[in-house]
Design a protein around this ligand. Structure first.
Ligand SMILES: N[C@@H](CCC(=O)N[C@@H](CS)C(=O)NCC(=O)O)C(=O)O
Length: 206
């Protein structure tokens, strides 16, 4: 039975769509919106009591939290995204929690100032201040990526996907990552993958 993913491409569900596309996992996207009460129904709240998307159901097993869902998908459903050794697993946990706690809050601050604020109300100083908060996590990423093609070394794993997915929208909106040249090259590699291209096209079309 195909995995059910609740959400829409223009939401954090895009992270799980990318993981499924990347790992060859069959999934059904169940369009679920927070703007029409779709995340507040008793049926949905049984799957995700937070009343947010994404969420998933795997043969009746419910999960929420986009990046945790991706760890489950990568380890138990997908092909080729989970590292073979314990140290690799440790790094997957490290980078995923780092993505959620260090990169995501900074990125959201920037998204609020750019995407969520209507153009006529946008304030260049507030945008610059929000982008400034990205400098620290991007610097950490850039240092780690020196001499590495991917976060764990040569191969693309769910660690790359979970970190890159945080900034997918920011990248698509043409934010300037070029001062962090290792990060910029790595993001171009991650988002140049066929599964990422397909996923980004779904996001653009939604
Ligand atoms: N930490 C959660 C955040 C989920 C989240 O905030 N989702 C947004 C859409 S991207 C949402 O459903 N917002 C509606 C609301 O908060 O009511 C995750 O990564 O899954």
């Amino acid at each position: 039975m195909a995995l059910k993913i609740y959400g829409i491409p223009r939401s954090r569900a895009i992270r799980n769509i990318w993981a499924c596309e990347e790992g060859g996992v069959a999934y059904d996207l169940v369009p679920t919106l927070w703007t029409d009460g779709g995340t507040r129904t008793p049926e949905f709240l049984r799957i995700n009591p937070n009343g947010t998307v994404p969420a998933l159901e795997d043969d009746g097993f419910p999960m929420f939290e986009s990046l945790a869902m991706n760890l489950y998908i990568a380890k138990h459903k997908a092909k080729g995204l989970w590292p073979a050794d314990p140290h690799g697993e440790g790094q997957v946990f490290q980078w995923t929690l780092w993505a959620a706690t260090e990169l995501e809050p900074a990125n959201i601050g920037y998204v609020v100032q750019t995407v969520y604020t209507p153009p006529e109300k946008q304030d260049p100083a507030a945008i610059a201040a929000a982008w400034e908060k990205m400098h620290k996590p991007l610097g950490v990423l850039d240092g780690h990526l020196a001499g590495r093609a991917h976060l764990l070394g040569d191969g693309f794993t769910i660690a790359d996907l979970n970190v890159a997915a945080i900034v997918m929208g920011t990248w698509m909106n043409k934010a300037d990552f070029s001062p962090w040249k290792n990060t910029h090259a790595w993001l171009a590699r991650c988002f140049g993958r066929p599964a990422a291209q397909k996923t980004m096209a779904m996001r653009s079309a939604s």
